[in-house]
Design a protein around this ligand. Structure first.
Ligand code: UT7
Length: 329
């Protein structure tokens, strides 16, 4: 028994943030630098007192509407996020479950940073294979604006908030839906992208607040190089393992981290750039939401066609990564 994506939905917060916003805040940066080095022109931030559960709920509703699905048909909720409403518990999945009004079905969060959607899809695939579940809501949501140091020009300009959801259902046809998936991690690279303090090892205190070490810290150049190396190699290996080649790819949807990363991945794969779906210019890096958001937006505006081969490639903190290859139905 396999898994397929029956439909998608997404939401973004209302507050649009231009590159000028950071300059107005006194950050030593420029619109030209951000556009040229990242491809980002705008991103969206959630207001205070709005969290990942609120965005995730909106995306779930959009997905249910688009797939004409009643909430009573859902039997599992998986939420990929690094920005839960609460530290540790309750999980954002449980909060979304309560908002949707479907208590008593299992709901849990998956923490794999920007690879979270690929991790959650692969988890959904496993649950569907057990035959106990039929309709799984897989939600990717993050509000990285809430954990960014607005004085660090190397990180804060990159991130935006957003959410997207996919309805993942069973299929008996092994030649449709998710035709390949792999998820991997390398913890020895944990320090290139992390939130150093504020967790159980270094509980939040005044010193941490002053140091701002409870916010994202990144060795941007190391992440940049690892992302390209890992994603290109994994996509090539994944395609070979199912007897496909890059020529068979109709669409590549990578985690939207930096337009230059996406361009390099296409160049190294010798994949025409028009096959690479991007929305980083508008939304920035929305972490676990970025892949399903790009998918959902493209599907809404253009529509995937039956038989399209879509390669999803996630990478992010951990270091984690995941490749999912879908034959659209
Ligand atoms: O989803 C998580 C995954 N994250 C990523 O994939 C991010 C990957 N990394 C990147 O996208 C890029 O490394 C950045 C956009 C973060 C940085 O771009 P870069 O071309 O790698 O710049 P750099 O870090 O090598 O820095 C070059 C210069 C430095 O100045 P000096 O030391 O040469 O004087 C930086 O301080 O650019 C400076 N810089 C900036 N200047 C203006 C860094 N950020 C900014 C900025 N505005 N916002």
């Amino acid at each position: 028994m396999g898994a397929k994506i029956k439909g998608l939905g997404h939401t973004i917060p209302k507050k649009k943030i231009s590159n000028q916003f950071f300059i107005d805040q006194g950050l030593d940066t420029s619109d030209e630098w951000i556009k040229e080095r990242t491809g980002i022109e705008t991103r969206y931030f959630t207001p205070d007192e709005t969290g990942s559960s609120d965005l995730g709920y909106e995306a779930a509703l959009d997905c249910l509407k688009n797939t004409n699905t009643d909430i009573s048909e859902i039997d599992l909720i998986l939420v990929a996020t690094s920005t839960p409403d609460h530290n540790a518990f309750p999980s954002t999945a449980c909060l979304i479950q309560e908002k949707l009004g479907c208590n008593n079905i299992p709901a849990f969060d998956i923490s794999a940073a920007c690879s979270g959607f690929c991790y959650a899809l692969t988890t959904a695939e496993g649950f569907l294979a057990t035959q106990k579940h039929k309709n799984i809501l897989v939600i990717g949501v993050d509000c990285l604006s809430k954990i960014s140091n607005m004085e660090d020009r190397g990180t804060c300009i990159l991130f935006g908030d957003g959410a997207a959801a996919a309805l993942v259902t069973k299929t008996a046809d092994k030649n449709e839906g998710v035709i390949f998936s792999t998820i991997k991690a390398n913890g020895s690279l944990a320090n290139i992208l992390q939130i150093p303090k504020g967790g159980s090892k270094y509980p939040f205190n005044e010193t941490i607040a002053k140091e701002k070490s409870h916010f994202i810290e990144m060795d941007g150049s190391a992440v940049f190089k690892q992302a390209i190396k890992i994603v290109v190699s994994e996509i090539k290996q994944s395609l070979v393992s199912i007897n496909l080649s890059t020529d068979n790819i109709d669409y590549l949807i990578c985690h939207q981290a930096n337009q230059r990363i996406l361009d390099r991945i296409c160049d190294n794969l010798k994949l025409p750039k028009q096959k690479c779906i991007t929305n980083i210019k508008t939304f920035g890096n929305t972490s676990a939401a970025s892949i399903p958001l790009a998918m959902s937006e493209f599907h809404k505006n253009h529509g995937f066609k039956k038989g399209d081969i879509i390669v999803l490639a996630g990478f992010g903190a951990g270091f984690t990564w995941g490749i999912t290859i879908i034959k659209w139905t």
